[in-house]
Design a binder for this molecule. Structure first.
Ligand code: DSN
Length: 473
């Protein structure tokens, strides 16, 4: 049986088995494939994992508890979990040139919490913490906990501001990190949208953070991690990089030298499902001195590891070590540039004027629209994006004035610069034909225009079948 036939057989059989118990779940899984095939997916944080990655998740590894780390588990019978966890960590170390890899985090937030805890435990002189680590957590008294909170609380974190493209988990209020840390933000230059390194240095000198965080979810440029590390060293901060968005570009050797965070940061966190194209999940890479604390992630911060996810991470990381992944990563960036240039040529304003990573941030204020109106109008037209704040956003974080677009998914699908330019044309058509309505959420778009664009999007997609080997019948 050819590999393509095997994929089709495997997914068909799996759905048949699910259908026998709860057909509505089987239907939803099938419908999701139909939806994903039919839309122009430009969400910068999404991708399409390979059939091998998807299949590695759906099996009996899921049935196993495995708190602890490889060879040191709180449960018996973990030898196969040890195998997949060790393989995933080995692939991660080799791929990124990291001294240590911890592959248990279930998500990016979890990975960041593991990292924050490891840094606190490593850096903060906290006798109560040392006592806590020497004993079972259950044995700690209320007084112990009080002392611990007093010692660890209110440490300082300096991270990128949300409206410059930073992430909630970098010390912002809607996330626990905003309660754990006294946070201050560095922003991008309001005129250029670019990180202002001298301003970051000044903020760090004044604030003297314990942790300097770099990384973003909506910044369309490269970050110079060598400079950021120099700043961290100058003020005695631990330098952490959250590379969730661009891990695939690091893995694919597009971001090298000053732009590769791994040699510069003390600790690097990531998700595995964005540009890295693996299963949903997280991961931490670190220098040897933090490894012991990072490995305490479960049970200190995380619930039991998900062995089926670690298996899928091992498969995805093995894929990312192949030469064709480097070609993929380069195409992601080339495609983003083509998309950005196509938008700018048609008169769309982009934050920073362009991109040198996998994403671009459109300022839709020029069309008289909020991000929310633009997002919905694009969705009506078969184009899936998400609204996003832009620097000095007049519409706040809910309605926003921006639309974020990214190329990892469509690049996996096979799109090249020519298709990205056509995509830019479709986006421009929708934005220029949409009129604001009576509220920041309402808008008017002639359904005939939306239908025409959706049809053009479908024609564009027809040449690039998604999961070509899978026919659910
Ligand atoms: N939700 C992710 C994104 O869309 O960028 C980040 O956590």
């Amino acid at each position: 049986m050819s590999l393509l036939n095997a994929e089709s057989t495997a997914f068909r059989a799996a759905l048949e088995v699910v259908r026998a118990v709860e057909p509505r779940v089987a239907d939803a899984i099938g419908a999701e494939l139909t939806d994903q095939r039919a839309s122009l997916k430009l969400i910068a944080s999404e991708n399409y994992a390979s059939p091998a990655v998807l299949l590695a998740m759906g099996n009996w590894l899921s049935d196993k508890y495995a708190e602890g780390t490889v060879g040191r588990r709180f449960y018996a019978g973990c030898r196969n979990v040890d195998t997949v966890e060790a393989l995933a960590a080995e692939h991660a170390r080799e791929l990124f040139g990291a001294a240590h890899a911890y592959v248990q985090p279930h998500s990016g937030i979890d990975a960041n919490l593991v990292a924050y805890w490891a840094i606190l435990a490593d850096r903060v002189e906290a006798p109560a913490l040392k006592r806590a680590q020497a004993r079972q957590l259950n044995d700690l008294t209320e007084a112990d906990w009080f002392e611990l909170r007093r010692e660890l609380g209110n440490q300082r974190m300096l991270g990128m501001s949300l409206d410059s493209g930073g992430h909630l988990t970098h010390g912002f209020r809607p996330n626990i990190s905003g309660k754990m840390f006294d946070q201050r933000s560095y922003g991008a230059d309001p005129e250029t949208g670019l990180i202002d390194y001298p301003a970051v240095r000044e903020a760090a000198r004044e604030f003297r953070p314990l942790i300097l965080v770099a990384g973003y979810s909506a910044y369309p440029r490269k970050v110079n991690f060598r400079i950021m590390r120099e700043i961290a060293d100058e003020v005695g901060a631990t330098f952490m990089v959250d590379m969730a968005h661009f891990a695939g570009l690091v893995a694919g050797k597009v971001f090298t030298g000053d732009f590769d965070p791994v040699p510069h940061a003390h600790i690097v966190t990531t998700t595995t499902h964005k540009s890295l194209r693996g299963p949903r999940g997280g991961m931490v890479l670190c220098q040897p001195e933090l490894a012991d604390q990072v490995d305490r992630g479960c049970p200190m911060v995380l619930g039991g590891p998900l062995p089926q996810l670690m298996a899928a991470k091992a498969v995805a990381l093995a894929e990312a070590r192949r030469p064709d992944f480097q070609e993929y990563a380069q195409r992601v960036v080339d495609n983003a540039r083509a998309l950005a240039e196509g938008l700018v040529r048609r008169g769309v304003r982009l934050v920073t004027g362009g991109t040198d990573n996998h994403l671009a941030l459109l300022d839709v204020d020029g069309f008289g629209l909020t991000g929310r109106q633009a997002e919905q109008a694009l969705l009506d037209s078969g184009i899936v994006t998400n609204r996003n704040s832009i620097p000095r956003d007049p519409n706040g974080a809910w309605y926003t004035s921006g639309i974020r677009v990214g190329t990892p998914a469509l690049t996996t699908r096979g799109f090249g610069p020519e298709q990205m330019d056509e995509t830019a044309g479709l986006i421009h058509t929708v934005l220029s034909q949409t009129r604001p309505g009576t509220s920041k959420a309402r808008y008017q778009l002639d359904p005939a225009v939306a239908d025409r664009v959706a049809k053009q999007a479908a024609e564009l997609l027809a040449d690039f079948p998604l999961y070509a080997g899978i026919d659910l019948g």
